[in-house]
Design a protein around this ligand. Structure first.
Ligand code: BTN
Length: 326
């Protein structure tokens, strides 16, 4: 686990605030209390990590791209009470869910682990989650809910709703494809990977991993997934700074999570909110469960978070595990 150095973070913040403009070595030195030569050393490290920082002998340094790194955020930047008040900001890692698992026992609920890239990002069903440097959001939140175990899968629904609401606030409309996909049109732009860890009948912790393709270019997706993967930028043309998206999702998550726990894991208004954003509601799609594939109409969610569908023969079915295809 390579935690971002405090000095690197300070330099990135300064350059981001002055986005596109040069900041002299002297100014940076004064602000963060290091010599001009050591700034150059830190900048070289950042460049090696993949940050595009230009150096000009007379003018100083400027950030060319990315200028929206979530790593510039500090705990105090989050307008939350507990979520992200412990923040592990990594330049690279295998998977933020794995790091979360390593630290979960020792950290408070609401701890957020974020990385600029992941070398072994994971999705549902053991799939890879392509996590290139500088253009996506890859983070995990450690939760320690005291609610009935069967209600835990609803946290994936809750996370989807929070992502949808956060992006809507930022001017991007997404739909939610059961159980965990974030869609724009027919392209998957994000996903949620929830993992539950038990000790006997007791919940040790739950890790909610969120991946969003923000600025990922089509060419950065492997050929095999190019026809169904997309990013916010590729599907809407909008460039929204990743740190803004992160802050917004974390705020939404804190708010909805605590009210969910207060209601002992009841869905409450989550069901309706999810249905309002549902991908393919009242439309015919294929549902796969195991090796079976059936043409069905999506009717909505049940109060327990399972998907309710009508088969082409008119039977109403509850889907606990499976995939929606179109
Ligand atoms: C899916 O759509 O199957 C879920 C994708 C979840 C990806 C995120 S990225 C951050 C966290 N770390 C991981 O390895 N996976 C999740």
């Amino acid at each position: 686990m390579k935690r971002i150095e405090l000095r690197w973070q300070e330099i990135l913040r300064l350059l981001t605030i002055n986005s596109g403009r040069f900041v002299s070595g002297e100014t940076i030195g004064k602000k963060i209390g290091v010599s001009r030569s050591s700034i150059w050393k830190h900048v070289r490290n950042l460049q090696q990590k993949g940050f595009f920082i230009e150096r000009h002998t007379n003018l100083g340094y400027r950030l060319i791209y990315p200028d929206d790194s979530p790593l510039i955020l500090k705990e105090e930047d989050f307008e939350t009470k507990t979520f992200a008040k412990n923040l592990l900001s990594l330049v690279e890692t295998t998977s933020t869910n794995d790091v979360a698992k390593e630290v979960a026992n020792k950290v408070d609920e609401g701890t957020v682990i974020i990385s600029e890239m992941q070398s072994s990002g994971r999705g549902r069903k053991g799939r890879n989650w392509i996590s290139p440097f500088g253009c996506g959001l890859y983070f995990s939140i450690v939760l320690k809910p005291v609610i009935p175990i069967p209600t835990i899968p609803r946290l994936t629904i809750l996370a989807g709703v929070c992502i949808g609401e956060a992006l809507k606030k930022l001017g991007v409309s997404v739909t939610l494809k059961w159980p965990n996909d974030i869609m724009i049109g027919n392209k998957k732009v994000g996903g949620v990977l929830s993992e539950l860890f038990l000790e006997g009948h007791h919940i040790k912790y739950v890790i909610i991993g969120i991946g969003i393709n923000v600025q990922v270019d089509k060419k950065d997706f492997p050929y095999e997934i190019r026809s169904f993967a997309g990013s916010i930028k590729s599907e809407t043309g909008k460039i929204i700074p990743r740190w803004i998206i992160l802050k917004e999702i974390v705020s939404q998550m804190e708010h909805r999570y605590y009210s969910f726990c207060e209601k002992n894991g009841e869905m409450g208004d989550l069901r309706k909110l999810w249905e309002d954003m549902a991908f393919g509601l009242n439309k015919e799609v294929y549902i796969t469960t195991g090796s079976e594939k059936e043409l069905c109409t999506i009717l909505g969610l049940k109060d327990d978070g399972t998907l309710l569908v009508r088969t082409e023969y008119g039977h109403i079915k509850e889907v606990y595990a499976g995939e929606v295809l179109f």
